[in-house]
Structures are given as C-alpha cells and as structure tokens.
Design a protein. Structure first.
Lengths: 232, 234
C-alpha cells in the first residue's frame, strides 16, 4: 500500500530525480505530460472523425460497402497498437505528425463500423416516408439518418477515444512525450513516478469513457430513449 | 576505443548494407528467425491462458446474471471499468501487488476479456426464443437441464463470436506485456522499434496469430452449430 501513497505523493509534490540533475513530480509536471497526451489524443480523434463519419454515413446511406465498413473493425482489432506504431516509426520516422497518423488509423475502424451500422439500422419505412415527403438524399442523411444513427456513432467514438488515450501512453516510443514518459523512462522518474503515471493514465481513460458516455446519452434523440437498449 | 567502434561499424556495413541502411531485408529475416520463436510461443501461451481464464469467470458470471437480473448492471459496470483502464497502466498498478511477470500480465489480460465475453454470453442466452424454452419445459426438463441442453447450445454463435473478439483483442494487448516483464512478441518489437525488418516480422507474427486463432474458433463454431449454416443457406 505504501507504494500507492508514494505515487500519490509524487503527483502532488516535486522531488529530485533519482537519476539526478533535474526535479520531477508535482502537479506542474503531471500537467506538462498530460497536455501533450490530450493534444495528441484530440488531434487523432478529430482527424479520425472527419474521415470515418462522412464515409460511414455515405456508405450507410448508399447501402454499399458494408463488407468494408464491418470488416474494418475486425482488421483493426487484429493489428496490435504497438505493431502499428512501430511500423510508422520504422517506415516514416518518429514525431507528433507520424504518431497522430498511426493513432488515426487505430481510431477509424470503430467509428466507421458504428456509423455505418447506425445508419443501416434506421427503419427503412422511416427513410421511405422521408423520401415521400420530398426530402432529397442529402436531407435524408442530415435530418433522418444522422440523428437516428447518433447513439451508435457516439458509441464508436467513445470506444476509439478510450483506445487512443490508452495508446498515447506508449507515445514516448515514437518520440512524443506524454503521460507514458515516466512509465518508459523509469530511471528519470523513479518507481513512484511510474506508478503515479499509471494512476493518472487510468483516471484519464475512465474520465474519457464517462464524459463521452454522458455525451452519448445527451445526443440520443428523445424518441429513441423511450425503449433504450443497452448502449454498445 | 572510437577506432575500434569505427572498425566494427565498417565491418557491419560491408557485411550487410541492407541492415545498416535499415532496409527490409529478407536475408536477415531468414538468418534471425530463431529469435522470434520463443516470444511467439510466449505470446500464444499468454493469449490462450488469459482467454481461457476469462471465459471461465465471465461464463459463470453470465449464467448467474441470466437467472438473477439484478446482477447484470454491477457486473457490466465493474468489468466496464476494468476494460477501460489502459493495459500499460494496469501492469504497473498491479506491480506492487503481484510483482513482475506472467501472473501480472495474465491478470491484466483476463480483466479485458471479461466484459466482451460476459456481454456476448448474456446476449446469446437472452436471444433464445421463449417458445423453444417452453417446448423444453413441456418435455419435462428442469431449469438446469434447460440451460445445458437448450439455452447454452442455442447461444453458441453469440458466445463464440464474443470469444473471437476476446482472442483478437488479447493478442493485440499481449504485445504490451513486456512492460510487465512477461515477454511476448512486443518485447522483440520494442527491442529494435526503428528496424524495418524486425518490426515487420514481429508485428506480422502477431497479426498472423490473431488471424489464425480467430479462424480456428470460426471453424469450431461451424462444426458445433450446423443449424446456423442451414438457416443462412435457406
């Protein structure tokens, strides 16, 4: 238990590095590590959403490419995040941009699959009546399919975001300093620094999950809440 | 000293320019394939043990929750939190309690399989048609017999679908167990993360392992649930 108290102490107070030369620990340093962690995760999620949501909506609306949209998740799951990052490091080199690209690839499949599934599960009668009311294809996507697909789509965004926040922990392997730095460079931060980083990363992931879960409930159209099923 | 280093470097370069220039080197891969064999089997062992233990725990929880519905939400919430905690963090959170090595790695990997398997088994059981269960009861089956002879067999497609997701996820997460000192293919990736040949072989083996285990469960499912094929064909 003492290890955990030491780790919590590391989060709140600065001390000399076991390797000497620098001071480590304290809220200032945790924030300095968390900020790039959040920046990296946010950048990857924004790009992934910008690609996966329009693609998923389009494929779902057209009812084509289901094979691609569904299997994206299966393939994505089979490629380990470490292998993906290592591949980018070996072939493109280290750095923020390359790592963001790797995380984008990691984040796309769940969003794409869920957006596609969300659109496909919209009742065909609903779409037909929208068409009967004279809506164009674009209007149907924007006013009918998108709102009804939102809960599932957000489920995908939540899965991806938690995964990206978790994977950003190994970003220092690709030359980007994040909350994973104390875990990978234990000589500089010491054992308590490493455990402290693990605690903060775990809390950050849980917070991401809870916040996006709340967002998911907030975007669920009122009509769908009546017979709400367990969210994915 | 610097002279010696320079000489070594020159010799390396003349021996294999592909490696020193960080290319993709089939020759190097053939010569060095041995080093991936042990990590590969560590990886297989970690995955199989974690999924087997996870399946044991999750199926017990699911059968209890199927009979006692109040149990569903607490299990979903607890396993949901376990699923959310990043594996790298989990290894170091466990370190003060269980130390480094196989046990710590397995506990963390098991904790990720629980939510996936639990949810799929429960969905599978819930999807068994009420009429089928009534028919079983009408034939005089006890609740226990109904579970083993009717409900669980009919839930098999969903159960095995959950197992497939759990296996591929676990193969991926097991690339990170070297942080807990438990080896695996991830250790080889990490050992030389900027060397193209190494990354392709170690990463490729992990992807291959996921695909093979996934395919094996799929074959198992086909053999065990012949009726699902008849339905999709008709």
């Amino acid at each position: 238990m003492n290890d955990f108290f030491d780790a919590i102490d590391f989060i709140f107070s600065e001390r000399d590095s076991p390797a000497g030369g620098t001071r480590v620990g304290g809220l200032g340093e945790i924030w300095e590590l968390m900020w790039p962690h959040l920046k990296l995760s946010a950048a990857s999620m924004v790009v992934a959403c910008a690609i996966a949501i329009p693609l998923g909506l389009w494929l779902g609306h057209r009812g084509k490419g289901g094979f691609l949209a569904i299997n994206a998740s299966n393939v994505g799951r089979a490629v380990p995040s470490l292998a993906l990052i290592a591949f980018f490091v070996a072939y493109l080199g280290v750095g923020f941009t390359n790592l963001t690209l790797a995380l984008v690839l990691l984040a796309i499949p769940p969003i794409l699959t869920n957006t596609y599934t969300g659109v496909r599960q919209v009742d065909r009668d609903t779409v037909d009546s929208a068409r009967g009311m004279g809506m164009t294809g674009a209007q149907i996507v924007r006013r009918v399919e998108l709102p009804l697909a939102l809960p599932l789509m957000f489920g995908g965004i939540r899965t991806s975001a938690v995964n990206v926040v978790a994977t950003a922990t190994i970003a220092p392997l690709a030359g980007v300093v994040t909350l994973g730095d104390p875990i990978i460079n234990v000589n500089t931060y010491g054992d308590e620094g490493r455990l402290a980083a693990a605690i903060v990363v775990a809390l950050l992931a849980v917070a991401t999950e809870v916040l996006l879960g709340a967002a998911q409930r907030a975007v669920t159209p009122r009509g769908l809440k009546v017979n709400r099923r367990e969210a994915v | 000293m610097s002279l010696l280093l320079a000489q070594v470097e020159i010799r390396d370069r003349s021996e294999d320019t592909c490696v020193s220039e960080n290319g993709f080197c089939p020759d190097w891969i053939v010569d060095n394939f041995d080093r991936y064999v042990d990590p590969f089997f560590q990886h297989v062992l970690l995955t199989v043990v974690a999924v087997a233990v996870g399946f044991g725990i999750a199926s017990t929880l699911a059968v209890i929750a199927y009979r006692h519905r109040w149990f569903v939400n607490p299990v979903i919430q607890v396993t949901g939190i376990l699923y959310t905690i990043p594996s790298v963090a989990a290894f170091f959170l466990l370190l003060p309690i269980t130390g480094r090595g196989f046990v710590t790695a397995t506990i963390a990997l098991v904790s990720y399989t629980l939510l996936i398997i639990f949810r799929n088994i429960l969905t599978g059981l819930d999807n068994v048609p009420e009429e089928t269960k009534d028919a079983g009861r009408g034939m005089g089956l006890t609740e226990q017999q109904l579970l083993w002879r009717v409900e669980l067999p009919l839930a098999l497609p969903e159960i095995l679908a959950g197992l497939r997701i759990a296996v591929t996820t676990t193969v991926g997460l097991a690339t990170l167990v070297f942080f807990a000192g438990a080896g695996g293919l991830g250790e080889e990736i990490y050992a030389d993360i900027a060397f193209k040949s190494n990354v392709v072989v170690a990463g490729g083996l992990a992807v291959l392992l996921a695909a093979v285990l996934d395919g094996l469960i799929l074959l198992f499912q086909r053999a065990l649930t012949p009726w699902t094929r008849a339905v999709s064909a008709g």
